[in-house]
Structure formats: C-alpha cells, structure tokens
Design a protein around this ligand. Structure first.
Ligand SMILES: *[C@@H]1O[C@H](CO)[C@@H](O)[C@H](O)[C@H]1NC(C)=O
Ligand SMILES: *[C@@H]1O[C@H](CO)[C@@H](O)[C@H](O)[C@H]1NC(C)=O
Length: 455
C-alpha cells in the first residue's frame, strides 16, 4: 500500500517535473487511456458501427455512431487498415474519451471545411498505439489543378485537457492541424508532411497553456505557428524540414499574445528560422523567448518584420512587441548579404522594447559578408552597449533602417545537421506524398521527450 502510494507519487512528480515553467499548469488528458478503455471501447469495425477497412466505403456514419456510444467515457478505436472518409465529421462534446487511430484515414470527399473537427470536449486523447496511424489528404489532387480550396485535415476548437500524439498528417489539401481557442493541451511525436507550396500550414495554434514538442513538419508554409490570441505556449524540439519555418502571425488588430517560448528548433531549407510578421495592426506581443535554434540553408533566420510586404496593411500604428529574448542561434543562412541573419524591423508607430539578442552566431553559406538590419528596435536599457543594430535609449523614438555589415564569421557558428535532411524535395504538388515514419529525433543530439509509440 505504502509502496503503491510512493510509486504513484513518484510518477506524479515525474509527470509534473517534465512540464515546464513556461506553461501555466498541467497539460494533457486527466484520465489514462487504460482507465477509459476499461470503461468502454467502441471499435468502428464492430458490427454495432459497421466500418469497413476497404479504402472505399465512407466511415463517417460508423465514426459518428462509435463516438456517440463512447463520448461520455471510453475509447473509439480505428484499427489498422485503410479507411475512406468522404463526408466530414464533427465530434462535439466528448468527456473522458479517446480516439485511437491505428489505421490510415484516406480523403475521398472533396468538400472544403475540416475532415475531422473535434470540439467542445474535455479530457481527450487522440493517438496511435503503434505510431502508424495517419490521415492521408491526397492534397496533390487539388494542388496539381492549382487549387488550395480543399479541406483541412484536423481542427480542434474549444477543447481542454487533451493530447494528440504519435500520428502522421499527410498532404492536406489546405492546413494540416489548427488548435483554435483550446486550453491545456499537449501535442507531440507527430510527423506532418505536406506539398511543396504555400497555404499548407503544419500546426497553427491560438490557445492557452499548450505544449507542442517533438514534431517534424515538411511543407512550404507555417511549421509551428502561434496566432492571436495566445498565452503560455511552449514549443520545443521541432524539425522544420523544407518548410516555411516557425512564426508568429500574421498579427493584425487587437493582437494579444504573451508568454511564448520556442526552444530547440531546427530549420532546414525553410523560408526562415523564426518570423514575427505584421503590417500595421494594434495590440501587444510580450514575453517571448526564442532559444537554441539551429538553421541551415534557410532564406531568413531571425526575421521580425512589422512591414511585411506579403500582408496588406491593417489599420493601427503597429503591434507593440516587448521583452523579446533571442538566445543561442547557430548555423548558417543561404545568402547573408541578401538576407542577413538578424532582421528586426519594428513599427515606427510602436517601437519594440526589450529586444535582447545574445549568443547569436550565424554565418553565410555564400559570399563573405552578412548584414544585420534594424528599424525602431530597442534593447533593454541595461544592455550597454546595444548589440547588433539595436538601439538603447530611455525615450524610444522611431528610427529608419540601420544596416551593419560584417565580413568575418562569428566564432562558434558551426552547428550540427540532421541526418535526414533533404537535398531537394522528393515530391512536389503533383504526385501522391508517401506517409512518413515518425522520426526518432527532432533536434540534433536529442531524443523525444516522451517515448515514441510502438518504439
Ligand atoms: C545552445 O544550443 C545548443 C544546441 O543548438 C546546445 O547544445 C547548447 O547547450 C546551447 N548553449 C547553451 C549555453 O545553452
Ligand atoms: C525530411 O524529409 C525527407 C524527404 O522525405 C525525408 O527523407 C526525411 O526523413 C525527413 N526527415 C524526417 C526527420 O522525417
């Protein structure tokens, strides 16, 4: 008895210790899958629900029925096999439930919207017990016809105390996974692989108290991106593999983002390592930490752009950025003269405050110089002299673009690569994209924080 209590206590301490000060409290489901399964299991292929794993017969009715039977406590199981989804499903209002996706869901319908929308639920876990569960969106069918108007794969709306793990999301016609207005969730051990074009975001999150870790995204748009409003988001051990890169934004009117940490982020052949993007707008972004980033072959590296030209200007004098700590970036950028590794362009109508860039050692892959550019960006008053092209002053008037060019490599810029980097994408937008395995590592020298399923 005492031993059991000690064991339970040790397990609890380990669970709590694994979570982090950047979060606002525990994340993830409140009840274990074993307990939920002991309550009830609803296998969609059982005669009560009637799904057929033939890759052709729509499973939406079976999935809806199994959900109705297990939504108040239990686990809906999609066993291994190929399942067609031609009518989209909304699984609303579950409590103490799970969705075990060991099979592959193939998109056969063509409507817009979300193939699977999970909303207004709590104490929920979406996972694969084998690490082989997947959604295959066959987005290439839309993309080769020049369209991104097909469905998103997965959307969570107003979910609390949940996790999503050990599944692959492949070739979405549009975005792969959005977390909209959720609270206290954990997303981990995921492989997301989309087509090589814009508009196919990996993970977009606007929520509170969310931990996203050990995720690989291959696409050509958002890798893991925070949108407004958001608070207490921790993103770590993310592998942006030929992606757009991680970002915050686009930020518009009444932006409300705070307490966001990204750490151990690896970006390869992406548009940027990290971007904060806006053009006009209002509101605030406060308390951001970007640390331990490695980049290779990316266009931009640190890219704060409050005059982002790909976005139409929004009314307002600019989103106020404050207390932005950038620490320990290493690696190389494609062309440092053209697109230097430090670019901090803040809004003249709302100059950035408390921007600190430390331990930033990156160098160019072509040519022999690189540029640091700043505009209306201020470091903490206590940081003296101000580093890179930042300024340091008690009153903070706007200032025009300042460029500093350096012609020698900083010490310590060399950084490891991931063994599985792509030399060039092996797929584009015109052919089926194969379902990847969940990688064994998402950042050089690290293993996933939680063991991979089926490992
Ligand atoms: C900087 O990041 C690298 C990984 O890129 C890590 O190995 C190293 O420990 C970090 N340095 C510090 C001082 O945290
Ligand atoms: C990155 O993409 C390439 C191309 O598919 C793949 O070979 C590699 O395994 C990917 N990396 C990971 C970690 O999956």
């Amino acid at each position: 008895m005492l031993a059991n209590i000690i064991l339970a206590f040790t397990a609890l301490t380990a669970l709590v210790a694994a979570q982090s000060a950047e979060l606002a409290g525990n994340v993830g489901p409140l009840t274990t899958i074993a307990t939920k399964k002991a309550t009830k299991t609803c296998d969609i292929t059982s005669s009560a629900y009637g799904a057929v794993a033939d890759g052709k017969t729509d499973i939406s009715a079976a999935l809806n029925k199994a959900f109705a039977a297990c939504k108040s406590g239990g686990v809906v199981v999609i066993p291994s096999g190929n399942y067609a989804l031609s009518t989209w499903v909304t699984l609303s209002g579950g409590n103490k439930w799970g969705l075990q996706l060991d099979g592959t869901i193939l998109r056969t319908g063509t409507a817009g919207g979300n193939m699977i929308m999970i909303e207004h639920g709590t104490d929920f876990e979406l996972f694969s017990s084998t690490g082989k569960g997947a959604m295959q969106g066959y987005g290439y069918v839309f993309h080769k016809a020049g369209s991104t108007s097909g469905p998103r794969l997965l959307r969570f709306y107003e979910m609390t105390d949940f996790s999503v793990h050990d599944i692959a999301l492949v070739d979405s016609p549009a975005f792969h996974f959005s977390l909209d207005t959720c609270d206290s969730g954990e997303v981990y051990n995921m492989a997301i692989r989309g087509g090589n074009q814009g508009g196919l975001d990996g993970i977009d999150v606007w929520s509170t108290n969310i931990w996203i870790h050990d995720v690989m995204v291959t696409n050509k748009d958002e890798c893991v991106t925070v949108k407004s409003p958001s608070k207490n988001i921790l993103v770590e051990q993310v592998y942006c593999n030929w992606s757009g890169g991680c970002a915050m934004g686009s930020l518009g009117a009444d932006t409300a983002i705070s307490d966001i940490t990204y750490k151990n982020i690896y970006a390869w052949a992406s548009n940027q390592m990290y971007m904060i993007k806006s053009n006009g707008g209002s509101g605030t972004v406060a308390n951001v930490v970007l640390e331990n980033f490695i980049g290779h072959g990316n266009a931009y590296s640190l890219d704060i752009d409050q005059y982002w030209s790909s976005m139409s200007a929004v009314a307002g004098s600019g989103v106020q950025l404050s207390n932005i700590k950038i620490n320990n970036f290493t690696g190389t950028e494609t062309d440092g003269a053209e697109r230097g590794p430090v670019k901090i362009l803040c809004a003249d109508g709302a100059p950035c405050t408390g921007v600190d860039v430390s331990d930033f050692n990156m160098w160019t892959e072509t040519g022999s110089s690189q540029a640091y550019t700043c505009r209306s960006a201020y470091t903490d008053l206590s940081v003296s002299p101000a580093k890179f092209c930042l300024k340091n002053a008690a009153s903070r008037p706007s200032y025009d673009l300042v460029t500093k060019t350096v012609t020698s490599a900083p010490a310590g810029y060399a950084a490891p690569t991931m063994a599985a980097d792509l030399a060039s994408p092996t797929w584009g937008t015109t052919e089926e994209i194969p379902i990847p395995a969940i990688p064994a590592s998402f950042f050089p020298g690290t293993t996933p924080i939680k063991a991979l399923a089926g490992a």
